[in-house]
Design a protein around this ligand. Structure first.
Ligand SMILES: Nc1ncnc2c1ncn2[C@@H]1O[C@H](COP(=O)(O)OS(=O)(=O)O)[C@@H](OP(=O)(O)O)[C@H]1O
Length: 391
């Protein structure tokens, strides 16, 4: 009787228990490799398959963008590019617009961990794997302003919510990058599962004349959030930020006035102009009803973060998950911080670019600025139905 080599091997194995075990282990290893291979194949194929149903939607969005492009000029006309940090002189108010800089752009140093571990700027390989499911969607809610209002704190606090997924950096899509198209914009977004909200924050949108029409064209249902702060302290905060990067700029006092002896305020200076909230809001109300815009008090966000977050969660239709249990007041920073941030078990405060010491400003100049803003503030309280108490 002839034996095949396999049978003869098996026969040999039957007499050697050690080899038998080795064979079983080998087979298990091969099965494990096969399963892993299948899973990777599945995981990489799922997102693209899930994106497909959106292709037709994408075309509609593309058509809408074409319409907006026809209706809305891509570059602001007759409007100071309040936020841009590029050096195109045509987009700037000559010499007076000294606060143009890129400091809004999200940076690693905006986020400070009170542990030794650094927060990775990009998701790690592991988190990419675990976040592999879901699809990238255009944001349903945007923090549109205001610069230096507390927008970073609000976004980082909101990210603690399991139903909120947000892009960390400021996309500047509706002001600087509109030419790149909605597909580009959507690609920046994190993947979300059913029921999760996609968000971003770019504070310069609030003062960008084209932004309301452009966001409306993306989706008329977009929820808008504006973090507002006393316009005088906001202006000083804005100036402080620029001073930290350009120490040679003129004093706050000299930039505030067109002519100091006449006391005429220079409204073309972006630090002043951004704070005329009533004027900017008017622009948004041409496209969005008031009920679709939530105003968060920057001052209250520091004093009572859980209270403001409660309002924001209600506005977004989210379960109130973020409560005062999530915050503690950090005496050294002088701000509320998170006991645990998204994806971490350690306490987190915003970094050193938030909460810089403001320079002392001549009290007379502060008083003049308060007088200047008062009627605009009153108008803003009237429009929003909320007294922010800035006087
Ligand atoms: N929790 C917490 N931690 C740190 N800082 C906080 C916090 N809440 C609000 N703020 C205030 O946020 C101000 C910066 O606002 P923004 O994040 O909107 O600035 S930016 O426009 O994105 O550059 C920043 O302004 P400055 O103090 O002038 O630096 C802070 O006062």
């Amino acid at each position: 009787m002839e034996y095949s080599p396999i049978i003869s091997n098996l026969y040999a194995l039957s007499v050697s228990p050690v080899k038998k075990k080795l064979l079983v282990l080998g087979i298990m290893f091969l099965l494990w490799v096969y399963m892993l291979y299948s899973c990777v194949g599945y995981c990489t194929s799922v997102p693209s398959a899930m994106v497909d149903p959106h292709r037709s939607k994408e075309r509609t969005e593309g058509a809408r963008v074409d319409l907006v492009s026809k209706l809305v000029p891509k570059k602001p006309q007759g409007w100071v590019d309040l936020e841009s940090d590029d050096d195109e002189p045509s987009l700037r108010t000559p010499s007076r617009d000294l606060l143009n800089n890129d400091a809004d752009t999200e940076r690693a140093e905006d986020w400070d961990e009170l542990g030794t571990e650094q927060r990775p700027p990009e998701p790690s390989a592991m988190s990419t794997f675990s976040n592999g499911s879901g699809t990238k969607k255009l944001p349903q809610a945007i923090i549109i302003g205001v610069k230096k209002g507390g927008t970073r704190a609000l976004l980082e606090f909101l990210r603690v919510h399991p139903d909120v997924r947000a892009v960390g950096a400021e996309p500047h899509f509706f002001d600087r990058n509109y030419d790149k198209g909605l597909r580009w914009y959507r690609e920046l977004m994190p993947k979300t599962l059913e029921g999760q909200i996609t968000m971003e924050k770019t504070p310069s949108y609030f003062v960008t004349r084209e932004a309301p029409a452009r966001i409306y064209a993306m989706s008329r249902d977009t929820k808008l959030i504006v973090v507002v702060r006393d316009p005088v302290t906001r202006a000083i905060s804005d100036y402080t930020q620029t001073l930290s990067k350009k120490p040679d700029i003129p004093t706050f006092e000299s930039l505030t006035f067109k002519n100091r002896s006449t006391g005429l305020i220079d409204t073309s200076w972006s630090a002043v102009q951004i704070g005329i909230y009533a004027k900017h809001l008017d622009n948004w109300l041409q496209f969005f009803p008031m009920r679709q815009i939530l105003f968060v008090s920057g001052e209250r966000l520091i004093r009572d973060p859980a209270g403001e977050l409660g309002r924001v969660q209600d506005f977004l239709g989210l379960k109130r998950i973020i409560t005062d249990k999530h915050f503690y007041f950090n005496q050294t920073k002088g701000f509320p911080c998170l006991k645990k941030a998204e994806g971490s078990s350690k306490p987190h405060c915003l970094g050193k670019t938030k909460g810089r010491t403001h320079p002392n400003i001549d009290p007379e100049v502060v008083r003049r600025l308060r007088d200047f803003y008062r009627p605009f503030n009153m108008k803003f309280y009237q429009m929003t139905g909320h007294n922010f108490g800035w006087n």
